[in-house]
Design a protein around this ligand. Structure first.
Ligand SMILES: [Zn+2]
Length: 335
């Protein structure tokens, strides 16, 4: 905890960071940036006119959001060559001059100018280094506790939704905007299977028909870290990618501790993404989509979304039953 706060010339924000009130400081940063940064201001203004629809399943729901400002992000090329050829937008030297931030140890918290949530931040590492959860999981726990008053913190793996797979970052968004934030307990009761319950740490496997999820709940950071590392070891043993595919939502509640919800992925994008003409669909599901808030940048695609389409897409981009069964068996036998 050496370098927290102090990058911004705003007394109120600096006072809040000195009081360790980082949720309020983040909120203030965003309000300030709406006055000082036109692109961010229009991004938040455009949120006022977005269309949404709720699609109900048995015991849970999805909200589909038509959000044209996300077109670039949803359709972005994330292959190695395209990434190498562009200037990294999370590196200090390429960030817009109007963009300000709050230092959080080795990271800087920045307002996201193309928001999905009423309040949306990127927490970028100070260094340009690859997006990986291994060895950085503690940071996810740390930020979710630090920002728990207002925000859920999430992680997109380099091959399933991170728009900067070459620059380590997390995101934070307003709590309870993703249906899963609220529906978690109901989903666990209906679709959850307890895999382990020891040392004040529970592991669940969840299959709600669309998503395959491993969730870890606990109050003790060390224990959560150990469990996550064991999970990672098992999950990565079946993958030859830089990182096995996953998105993670992390929420901290006083008294209850952390809830780490890991979405297990088989594909970055559904087959419709690669089609031509009217069949093409611009949709790149990442953490928030898996949290039940689906971001659709084109209105014609938004109109196509219904229960069947969601069902097909999420089944296609999630791991298959057999892999999930095997992983659950391994986690049941964790020491
Ligand atoms: Zn970078």
């Amino acid at each position: 905890m050496t370098e927290m706060g102090k990058t911004i010339n705003d007394q109120q924000i600096n006072d809040l960071t000195e009081q360790n009130n980082f949720s309020e400081a983040a909120k203030n940063l965003l309000e300030r940036q709406k006055k000082t940064w036109q692109i961010l201001k229009s991004g938040y203004n455009s949120l006022n006119s977005i269309k949404t629809k709720r699609i109900n399943f048995d015991g849970f729901s999805f909200v589909v959001q038509f959000n044209p400002s996300r077109y670039i992000s949803s359709s972005a090329k994330v292959d190695d060559k395209s990434i190498n050829d562009r200037n990294c937008f999370l590196c200090l030297e390429n960030r817009p001059k109007e963009q300000e931030g709050i230092m959080l140890n080795d990271y800087i918290l920045l307002g996201n100018p193309f928001p999905i949530f009423p309040e949306h931040f990127t927490i970028a590492n100070k260094k340009h280094k690859a997006q990986r959860i291994q060895n950085n999981f503690e940071d996810l726990l740390f930020f979710s506790k630090l920002l728990s008053k207002f925000y859920t913190v999430f992680y997109n793996g380099p091959q399933c939704g991170a728009s900067a797979p070459d620059h380590l970052h997390f995101q934070a968004g307003s709590k309870n905007m993703m249906p899963l934030d609220n529906e978690y307990d109901k989903i666990i009761n209906k679709y959850g299977e307890i895999l382990s319950d020891r040392n004040d740490c529970k592991i669940f496997g969840i299959d709600d028909g669309l998503r395959k999820i491993i969730s870890i709940e606990g109050r003790e950071e060390k224990r959560l870290l150990n469990v996550f590392n064991s999970f990672y070891k098992e999950y990565s043993s079946h993958s030859d990618l830089d990182e096995p595919m996953m998105n993670i939502l992390c929420l901290y509640q006083k008294g209850k501790g952390w809830r780490v919800v890991i979405m297990l992925r088989a594909k970055h994008r559904p087959k419709e993404f690669y089609k031509e003409g009217s069949e093409k669909l611009i949709f790149s599901p990442a953490a928030c989509d898996y949290g039940g808030l689906c971001i659709i940048p084109l209105e014609k695609d938004f109109n196509r979304f219904d229960k069947d389409l969601l069902n097909n897409i999420f089944n296609e981009t999630s791991i298959v039953d057999l892999d999930f069964q095997l992983l659950k068996e391994k986690l049941k036998s964790l020491k």
